[in-house]
Design a protein around this ligand. Structure first.
Ligand SMILES: Nc1ncnc2c1ncn2[C@@H]1O[C@H](COP(=O)(O)OP(=O)(O)O)[C@@H](O)[C@H]1O
Ligand SMILES: [Mg+2]
Length: 320
């Protein structure tokens, strides 16, 4: 796969043009290569000649990867699965959270999204024969809800050494959407060198919603979010790791019938997520998971689980 190049690597792009391009939402050579020259002209305020020259140069630089279906098959066969520690949830998603993919858990406040992310951050560290993939974690926390104390409790429950588990979770507190872009950009080297097998973004959309308020900012917000998501997907593929993101619900006032709550982020997030799983509260500490979008898993079934001191768990027979 081609490496991600910076727009400054493009011939004819000095600091002034780079800044114009970035302001217009063109952050990578790829984004220039796949855009019509006229778009560069209109959005970045460049002359038509410069726009044409830049798109052509970008297209030459970006390597298009042609691979055989056999290579694709081989790549997919190296896909790993991380157990959620919960049989009902594992059954729902074909055994565990896939690498080379982005899995999105969306749901209202308190539905268990963060608890699930923390549990996965522990279980990914288990050896392969125990449902893990023996890897480290990059945990991008946008809401400040990551809790080392919860990791401690979850770790003790599976018999791992808490101090070691905590050390293997690389934590990044993220303060705004530009910071989130920066963290993702810097994570390629980190994930490769540290054998990171799980990247968590909890939550994916909160900063974007806060930073770009109003209809006039919607288009630039979606454009930047889209690029961010595609970087994360690329990271998942290149490093054979799982990207797990959480997403909040967004009320859709146009809905008269049915559930008015949809995952935030619109089509951009919908298209980028490989698997989307809705979490909702049920009685007491019980939660219900349901697939809402996936190329290979059925959306007919639901999985029930509970949130306990040891993290998310199956409902034991006497609690059913
Ligand atoms: N130590 C614990 N033992 C049992 N349940 C817990 C514990 N800590 C948090 N919870 C439960 O987890 C829920 C919050 O889940 P969380 O993952 O933070 O939701 P969100 O979807 O908003 O991220 C709360 O309902 C809380 O009762
Ligand atoms: Mg949360």
């Amino acid at each position: 796969m081609s490496e991600i190049l910076d727009i400054k690597d493009l011939e004819g792009v000095g600091p002034a043009t780079a800044s114009k391009l970035k302001q217009a939402g063109f952050y990578s050579i790829e984004s220039i290569a796949v855009s019509p020259a006229r778009e560069l002209e209109e959005k970045a305020g460049l002359t038509s000649e410069t726009s044409l020259k830049l798109t052509e140069a970008a297209r030459q630089l970006v390597k298009i990867d042609f691979i055989s279906a056999k290579e694709l098959w081989d790549r997919r066969s190296s896909m790993l699965k991380i157990s959620t520690g919960c049989n009902s949830l594992n059954d729902l998603i074909g055994g565990g959270i896939e690498t080379q993919a982005m899995t999105e858990f969306w749901g209202e406040y308190g539905s268990g999204k963060s608890q699930l992310c923390m549990k996965l951050s522990v279980l990914v560290q288990l050896p392969k024969d125990q449902g893990g993939v023996d890897g480290k974690v990059l945990f991008i926390d946008t809401e400040g809800t990551f809790s080392p104390q919860r990791i401690y409790s979850m770790t003790e429950a599976v018999g791992l050494e808490p101090e070691k588990v905590l050390e293997n979770i690389i934590y990044a507190r993220c303060y705004n959407s530009d910071h989130q872009i920066l963290i993702a950009d810097n994570s390629f080297k980190l994930c490769h060198e540290e054998n990171v097998k799980l990247v968590v973004v909890d939550s994916l959309t909160s900063h974007w919603r806060a930073d770009y308020v109003g209809r006039e900012n919607l288009s630039i917000r979606q454009q930047k979010l889209n690029m961010h998501l595609h970087k994360l997907l690329r990271l998942a593929e290149i490093e054979n790791l799982s990207v797990v993101v959480t997403n909040q619900v967004q009320a859709n006032p146009a809905t008269f019938f049915g559930d008015p709550n949809r995952p935030a982020g619109g089509n951009v997030v919908a298209h980028a997520s490989t698997h989307r799983i809705h979490l909702r509260k049920s009685r007491g500490n019980t939660r219900v998971a349901k697939i809402t979008d996936s190329p290979c898993f059925s959306s007919e079934t639901e999985a029930n689980f509970i949130i306990a001191e040891s993290g998310i768990e199956d409902i034991s027979d006497n609690e059913k």
